[in-house]
Write a protein that binds this ligand. Structure first.
Ligand code: GLA
Length: 368
């Protein structure tokens, strides 16, 4: 017997990459792919976790024993970390039986981990009447990810999964979590946004993410600001002139120009100039590739091939070093662009990338 069913989506980020741990702006939207949790409350302090997508028996943990030092290194750390974070936050959460089933591709940079975290927190919020709003849920899930799982991420993915709305992209200020839902209906403009999952995940990605983050913090310290968000776009040249380290300078340039690109994309969307976002996305890719240095040959191949085949814009999305790219195309050229990318991968004997059209979908919700 279950007490209910909840769902939380994965996401793609339209623009605003690596800005979220610099107090900057991001603009993700939710995918139709979700993690669904069927949950029953239990009052014996046992957390019983099972996934339809992972072979093996259910895992049983005692909520009193949960601690970052006791993490297992497998998928159960995400939900266990959420329960730990809620209890760390002083919330009275007991046990639960949770069965997960997910359509969010894993290892593709589409936030499958945020989806499982958020669906867990949302279900427990309802079942234990914890009174959290969607921002509280995202904050708790980020804490689970940072402290329990041990990944030094920002809050974009958890906010996207918890707060996105159907038909919209989420303009989020990661400093104060102010949000604006921006209508994002590409079909009405004869456009599509393709997600191309390269199926590549380069091994050094986690350490490299932490290094970029440390480099950004060093840049902020050298410039005497709390976070790189505080460097205005029209003050960029002055700021760069004050930095000695060329690597830090490049990181700062990416963050400041990327925050500006988020504003430019919003201005274009609000003016109804949807095609005009294409070149801004492509600029973002060049900045991630050359300044922030988080792209990889497979992502660059998607972007270059798609643009040559007539795409309006393309860039990597998410943390980088593999994972997915997004490609903005006229609906009429979707087949041509997809085929060109698939052929380019085949010609290099790379695994066939997974390509699908991303439709801005609903955020986390109770299903039944
Ligand atoms: C990962 C992290 C996010 C964000 C992106 C890059 O998805 O989880 O917090 O930093 O990378 O924009």
């Amino acid at each position: 017997m279950s007490d209910g069913v909840w769902a939380a989506p994965g996401r793609v980020n339209l623009i605003g990459e690596h800005t979220d741990y610099n107090d900057g702006f991001v603009m993700p939207f939710a995918l139709p792919h979700t993690t669904v949790a069927t949950v029953a409350r239990r009052d014996d302090g046992v957390l019983r976790l099972h996934s339809a997508d992972v072979a093996g028996d259910p895992v049983e943990l005692r909520v009193d024993d949960l601690a970052p030092a006791a993490r297992s290194g497998d998928w159960t750390d995400y939900p266990a970390g959420v329960v730990w974070a809620l209890r760390w936050g002083g919330l009275a959460v007991g046990g639960a039986d949770i069965h997960y089933e997910s359509t969010v591709p894993t290892g593709a940079g589409l936030s499958s981990s945020a989806a499982i975290e958020v669906v867990t927190a949302l279900a427990l919020n309802d079942l234990y009447a914890l009174g959290m709003d969607s921002r509280d849920i995202a904050r708790m899930c980020r804490r689970a990810e940072n402290v329990y799982v041990g990944a030094p991420t920002g809050i974009m993915d958890q906010m996207a999964s918890a707060c996105c709305a159907w038909g919209h992209a989420l303009h989020l200020d990661t400093r104060d979590l102010a949000m604006r839902q921006i209508p994002f209906d590409l079909t009405a403009h004869g456009l599509e946004l393709l997600v191309v999952d390269t199926r590549v995940k380069h091994a050094h990605s986690e350490g490299a993410y932490g290094k970029r983050r440390a480099g950004c913090e060093a840049g902020a310290a050298a410039l005497g600001v709390d976070a790189l968000r505080d460097v205005p776009f029209d003050g960029l040249d002055d700021a760069l002139a004050r930095l000695d380290d060329p690597e830090v300078r490049a990181l700062v340039r990416h963050i400041v120009t990327e925050n500006h690109r988020v504003e430019r994309v919003i201005a274009h969307l609000e003016a109804g100039e949807v095609r005009a976002i294409g070149p801004v996305l492509t600029e973002g890719h060049a900045s991630l590739r050359d300044d922030f240095r988080v792209s990889c040959p497979e992502l660059d191949l998607v972007v270059d091939t798609a643009l040559t085949a007539g795409a309006l814009g393309a860039r990597m999305t998410g943390g980088g070093f593999g994972g997915s790219a997004i490609v903005l195309v006229e609906s009429s050229s979707e087949h041509l662009v997809t085929k060109a990318v698939q052929e380019a991968f085949a010609a290099r004997t790379l695994d066939e990338p997974r390509v699908f059209t991303a439709v801005p979908s609903a955020g986390a919700r109770r299903v039944s």
